[in-house]
Design a protein around this ligand. Structure first.
Ligand code: NAD
Ligand code: TYD
Length: 335
């Protein structure tokens, strides 16, 4: 495997993955296709500019011509491209269906046409829905509860059908919540770190006791690498590090590390359809010899340190996001 098309490679996990792969495999060629939506950012890959093994194309995975052109010349595809934020999906679900389902369809069609050797689709543990006790296994029922997770589940089912019907050699990973450098500051951890740095309030939904299983982004990247090279065609692999914590615990840890007061926490109305707990069984990926390297305590410290050192990166983004928020709230008021 020498040439890999990475879609959504300018986003959070995609950019970390591209960096991870280029560091590890000196003879690989990585071609990034990214539409640079609000969440995509070429600065996430700025240190790779000029590397002869890295190519960047700005384009949409729903664009058949662009996808056809790029797919004709690669051995494998890793599809990260998606709309990814649950809260946005609650307000405007349309683009989630467009990118997470239609986009997957366009990629699968081209993979079928060119006989791509590996089609690795990046999905999420959110497709299983919420679980009170125990952990979801890969074969469990899909019961997504948000337009985001429902769109991702739709993509997963389409991927499965291209294996069964056309023999496209697909694989799927479903990871738990990632955190680390370059995560867009609308998700819990980067939002709370950057708000706390600025002494802004931290809007904690509901009772703050919802549980997420946190994985440091590099550990997800090594898991994706393991599945890409050693995974069994047609299989699904959960990727999680076994760090289940309530949101309030994550919030307190961030505030303590930054020496900020708990009074910054602002309990707010709960998210509609808010999944209570995510938990996944990871025996399948561990059987490939994979295990996470980072514990939550160290991973969180590294992440907070990164945001403290990289204010330039997130301040520009937060300013744009504030504009979006103001525009959005103004529209809402008129309804
Ligand atoms: P992100 O929102 O940071 O990045 C998404 C990227 O996809 C952006 O660069 C964006 O520009 C690009 N993109 C969006 N629509 C596109 C389109 N139509 N054509 C081409 N590019 C497009 O997302 P992320 O957090 O890096 O997540 C990457 C993948 O991992 C997603 O598929 C997501 O569902 C999955 N995932 C994320 C997490 C998490 O905690 N972040 C957990 C499990 C799974
Ligand atoms: P998020 O980072 O949006 O990821 P997901 O919903 O996909 O798991 O949210 C993680 C958890 O944090 C989730 O339980 C919702 C909660 N949350 C807040 O309490 N406040 C916030 O401002 C955000 C963005 C999330």
């Amino acid at each position: 495997m020498k040439s890999i098309l990475v879609t959504g490679g300018a986003g959070f996990i995609g950019s970390n993955f591209v960096r991870y792969m280029l560091n590890k495999y000196k003879d690989y060629r990585i071609i990034v296709l990214d539409a640079l939506t609000y969440a995509g950012n070429r600065e996430n890959l700025a240190d790779l500019e000029g590397d002869p093994s890295y190519f960047f194309y700005e384009g949409d995975i729903r664009d058949e011509l662009v996808v056809d052109n790029l797919m004709s010349n690669v051995d494998a595809v890793v599809n990260f491209a998606a709309e990814t934020h649950v809260d946005r999906s609650i307000h405007e679900a349309g683009m989630f269906i467009e990118t997470d389902i239609k986009g997957a369809f366009v990629l699968l069609e081209a993979a079928k046409k060119y006989g791509v050797k590996r089609f690795l689709h990046i999905s999420t543990d959110e497709v299983y829905g919420s679980i009170e006790d125990g952990s979801f296994k890969e074969g469990d029922l899909l019961e997504p509860n948000s337009p985001y997770s429902a769109s991702k589940a739709g993509g997963d089912l389409l991927v499965r059908s291209y294996l069964k019907t056309f023999g496209v050699p697909v694989l799927i990973t479903r990871s738990s919540n990632n955190y680390g450098p370059y995560q867009y500051p609308e998700k819990l951890i980067p939002l709370f770190i950057t708000n706390a740095i600025d002494n802004q309030q931290l809007p904690l939904y509901g009772d703050g006791k919802n549980v997420r299983d946190w994985i440091y982004v590099d550990d997800n990247c090594s898991g994706i690498d393991a599945v890409l090279h050693k995974g069994e065609t047609g299989k699904i692999y959960n990727i999680g590090a076994g760090n289940e914590r309530e949101n309030i615990f994550i919030t307190h840890t961030i505030l303590e590390y930054l020496h900020k007061p708990k009074s910054l926490i602002k309990p707010v109305k709960d998210r509609p359809g808010h999944d209570r707990r995510y938990s996944i069984d990871t025996n399948e990926i561990r059987a490939l010899g994979w295990k996470p390297k980072h514990n939550l305590e160290d991973g969180l410290k590294m992440t907070i340190d990164w945001y403290v050192k990289n204010e330039n990166w997130w301040r520009k983004i937060k300013e744009k996001q504030a504009e979006y928020q103001r525009f959005y709230e103004a529209q809402y008021k008129d309804r």
